[in-house]
Design a protein around this ligand. Sequence first.
Ligand SMILES: Cc1ncc(COP(=O)(O)O)c(C=O)c1O
Length: 426
Amino acid sequence: MTSMRKIHYFDGFSNESDDTIFHLEQDFGAHHYERIHLVVRHAKGCWLTDDKGNKYLDCLAAYSAANPGHHHPTITNAVMDALIGNYASVLSNVVFTDPLGIFLSEAAKFTPQMAPRFGNHGNKVLPKNGGVESVETAIKAMRYYGFKQKGIPDGKQEIIVFNNNFHGRTISVVSFSSKKKNYEGFGPLTPGFVSVEFGNIEAVKNAITPNTCGILVEPFQGEGGMLIPPKGFLAGLRTLCDDNDLLLMADEIQVGMGRTGKKFCFEHENIVPDGVILGKALSGGLIPLSVFITNAKLMDMVFSKGSDGSTFGGYPLACVAGTASLKVFEEEKLAEQAAKKGEILKKRIQEIGERSPHVKEVRGKGLFIGIEVKNGNAMDFCHKLLKLGLVVNDSHGHTIRISPPLVINEKEMDFMVEQLEKALVG
Ligand SMILES: Cc1ncc(COP(=O)(O)O)c(C=O)c1O
């Protein structure tokens, strides 16, 4: 942490003190997040700054949303141009807009041919806002496919999901969470989901019934404890889906867009799913934007006029940010950056792990690295790390999650490693 002269633009949106901000949230906000004790007044690249000018290295990047770094100039300028040019506000979905058309075509081409067994028709994209909305879209797609194509009676469709999954917070999605806190008291819950052990292909095989229409998987569980499935698991799911005419949907909201060193995490096993869900970094962390992408033939089979929609889904400002963010992704080779830096960083953190009395295991791919601690309370270390100038949080209680912006440089990685050393070795 370095102390800097107070500069006006580090003061943030208001001149309210940190104490006032804490109390305003306490008094007027729902208490649904456990926050760390920091009011951020400025965010740029990999750094967050408080009102005293103290800088913190962002090792969380809004759970992968800030992959290109905070306020990336290309994305910020595109958003500002749209605002200044009066081409940003939400327009009724009865009219066409060029930001939407352009973004859809870019996102469709960004993604390999989904569901190639349905033919080489290209991809189609359905845009929403927060990530969970696109998870819901994928669930609808699987269910409708089961009903229309497989003849499963409507209401009887089943989807296989995985223990310790995290796909968001809507009623349907928390209905298949393994974490009681996520669903208790929010019933009646949505039926039609069968949860099996993550990484256990036999368990998946045994869960398939004539009513199964699809499988929803995170190729690498982020919230579930930074868990990488055993090698061959994703390929095994692909085979099961092909053999049983099921749709395989990959939730890449947290691990896509280069995070694990490939554009998509499913590429680590050379598979192609039938649909992919992207969010978070899709718009560079500036505007909520998520998508469900699938083979054009499937999209046209499943969704027809009036069967889905969203007021803000695909509105001009989000699409402008999305198109700019895809451009940054390709131009700055963010996936390659994550692969290269991730390899170095993981090795250095593993070395710390070997010297530390607190570390149980270090695991990860690209710039998505988990440090599992022996006492099972990763937040103990996250609070320590905050005092040392790193913003991190836990995954599943027991693991420190390291997921900095993919543009992190060597000096910043050195700083991170030095602080981890202090907190974990002493
Ligand atoms: C894998 C995964 N799916 C879905 C979501 C939900 O996204 P959102 O919070 O934007 O609704 C998240 C959020 O952390 C996620 O990590």
